[in-house]
Design a protein around this ligand. Sequence first.
Ligand SMILES: Cc1cc2nc3c(=O)[nH]c(=O)nc-3n(C[C@H](O)[C@H](O)[C@H](O)COP(=O)(O)OP(=O)(O)OC[C@H]3O[C@@H](n4cnc5c(N)ncnc54)[C@H](O)[C@@H]3O)c2cc1C
Length: 489
Amino acid sequence: MWNTAQLALANLEAAGLREVVYLPGQESYTARNASYWSLTTQLHPWAIIQPRNPEEVSRAVKAVVATPGCNFAVRSGGNMCVPGSNNISDGITIDLDLLSDITYNPESQIASFGPGAKWGDVYTQMTKYGRMLAGGRDGGVSAGGVMAGGGIAFHTCRYGFGCDQVLNFEVVLADGRIVNANKTTNPALFQALKGGGNNFGIITRFDTVTFPVGDIWDCTLVYTQDRVAEVADALVDFVENLANQPNDHMFAMWAYRTGQKEEPIILNFANLDGEENPKTLKRFLNIPSRKKAMFTTIPAKTRYQLVASGNHDAWYTVTFRADPDLILKASTVFATLKTSLQLRLYPLQDHFQITMFLQPLPTSFASHSQARGGNMLGLEHIKYNSILLLCSTKVESAEVNAKIASPALRSAMKEFESYAEAAGGLAKFQYANYAHHAQDPLGSVGTENIRFMKGVARQFDPQGVFQRRVPGGFKLDNAQAANELRLKL
Ligand SMILES: Cc1cc2nc3c(=O)[nH]c(=O)nc-3n(C[C@H](O)[C@H](O)[C@H](O)COP(=O)(O)OP(=O)(O)OC[C@H]3O[C@@H](n4cnc5c(N)ncnc54)[C@H](O)[C@@H]3O)c2cc1C
């Protein structure tokens, strides 16, 4: 008797997909599995299927769904480090890397690109036409997951999130139909896809608006820890004023790796109009620092800012009111986490890195989204200017990650959340693209958005394929459970 894996492979072969199905032991399978950004997500599916066009995605979905009991995962770049989000152990992985065409229509000024397109390539193509779009900020990361989860861009301060720029999604639904979703065709699906993740279908193309672009002025300032209070004040000031002067992209980063004597605070700043030392940077420049600055382009910046891969990773995100006291608390929690990991990992000889990014999330970001039709992130409910925190750990071994680093990260961040909540500064929003597997980002976007997305999922996927047969990623079904739990409490 055939087992599920054999039946799935037979169905994929009958669908004419043999050429693009890779099996364990084959070179292509090994290479595709090794291409995940984090070792944490390098699982061992029964097969990896790498469709070359939306029709092949459709055939793959039909073949897998027709195989009783066969689950599957969807991946574009494979950059998310949540275990099982973009890969699967007992099932089939649909790998969209080959859907990477990038085109630009000079007449309509619309860019079109596949989910496998890397941001570095998208931006290089766009600059050939003097145009740009708002997508991810790391040249090696792909479009699919970033846009499905929201997409924080260099230009979010002006135009909102990556998903807000989309005019049309091409999507393969659970029954294999290839449909478009835009303002007039399938408008509810269009809306739900703007931040709703992998709950509705597989996005096979994005059509987005573009805008003119020139050189930017890029600046890095490195501070010592004793400057943290001044940096916190300057950061809050910057966030408070970003709506009035939306010319700058910025994040602050606390970073430590084994062997380092101290953890510097690194401010990464870019003036999007190419203005050198703009007045928005004045407060930061007044604090003694090491400075490196240059004129550059967006594609160049995305290429030299690649974040190292090849470790076991855990991420956790918190959104909190822009308040110097909360930044100082986050800094203290970061230092305590560092010391605790030093003590626990030293005897195991496991090298580690921890990083904490603080990025502006003022209310103006939600206004930009709403001006473009709105999305599913629910940020309009946050009434104060906020900061989006991402804290991450990198270790060498799977066991150390699962048993020590990831739980330690979570508990440190929970301590910070409790502190922020007590101070009245915890915004409940959790950004799905930065979330820990134990977080509930979809549960954080507001009851109305959850209800709306559930209705859309029922309409376009009545069998619940993307809830149950695609178990990875943040699921609407689980968001409901978390939400009800919160209501009961
Ligand atoms: C180095 C680095 C830099 C980053 N920089 C940014 C940044 O600047 N801005 C930002 O917002 N985020 C950033 N992120 C986070 C990033 O948005 C997420 O990791 C995102 O999921 C990566 O996209 P991906 O295509 O690699 O997704 P994958 O890891 O392939 O997939 C992630 C999730 O999205 C789903 N998914 C992927 N493609 C599709 C599709 N076509 N249709 C439906 N569902 C799909 C998957 O099923 C999975 O659940 C960064 C991450 C890394 C590792």
